[in-house]
Write a protein that binds this ligand. Structure first.
Ligand code: FEO
Length: 209
């Protein structure tokens, strides 16, 4: 039989002290508040839903023959999956429990190629708002660890919204007839690279003279 000692540890954030098994020396302390853990778990759900929705859009594009857009949305889905994993690792790392959510079925058909990017922009705006709410919460709780962790997501959301805005701009500039839509579809991978390198240079300006 293991003998357990309940150890209370002083910590500036609300936390749960758990049992120390003194033979296995296992200790689990949650270093963020229960409310914060729940809010980050909600964010995991948003990222998972986005990933799923982008896979559904990619699949629709592939069916219709928009190959550039299919590749774009499948890559976008992989990014969302990466965001979800980042959140999962963070929660588990701070002694909370990451909960893998069930996900609602996303839409399976779309009006037009442009409407898929409108859908994407709306989805990114919703995620941005959710990230800002998390940042506000971290600030309010003086949870510096989560606050610092979230800064990466703040920059990422700027990049993602810019990407969708830039693509939607192309529909305004080039038009919506078949040839214009084909050109936009074929240009997406270079649009992604351009937006990403612009955002990277804003984040890390060159110090060279
Ligand atoms: Fe992870 Fe595009 O929001």
């Amino acid at each position: 039989m293991f003998s357990y000692i309940l150890t209370y540890i002083q910590y500036p954030l609300p936390c749960e002290a758990k049992y120390i098994d003194n033979q296995k020396t296992l200790i689990t302390i949650m270093r963020i508040s229960t409310e914060m853990a729940k809010a980050i778990n909600d964010q995991i759900s948003y990222e998972a839903s986005s990933a799923n929705a982008y896979i559904a859009i990619g699949s629709w594009c592939e069916r219709i023959g928009y190959d550039g857009s299919a590749a774009f949305f499948f890559e976008q889905a992989a990014e969302e999956n990466g965001h979800m994993l980042k959140l999962i690792h963070y929660l588990n790392g701070v002694g909370a429990e990451a909960i893998i959510p069930a996900i609602e079925k996303p839409p399976s058909s779309f009006e037009s190629l442009e409407s898929t990017f409108q859908f994407g922009l709306k989805s990114e705006q919703t995620v941005t708002k959710a990230i800002y709410d998390l940042v506000d919460m971290a600030e309010k709780e003086k949870d510096r660890s989560t606050y610092s962790f979230l800064q990466w997501f703040v920059s990422e959301q700027i990049e993602e919204e810019t990407l969708f805005y830039t693509i939607l701009q192309k529909f305004d500039l080039l038009g919506k007839d078949k040839l214009a839509v084909y050109q936009i579809d074929q240009s997406l991978s270079s649009v992604r690279s351009q937006v990403m390198s612009k955002q990277t240079s804003l984040k890390y300006p060159s110090t060279k003279q």
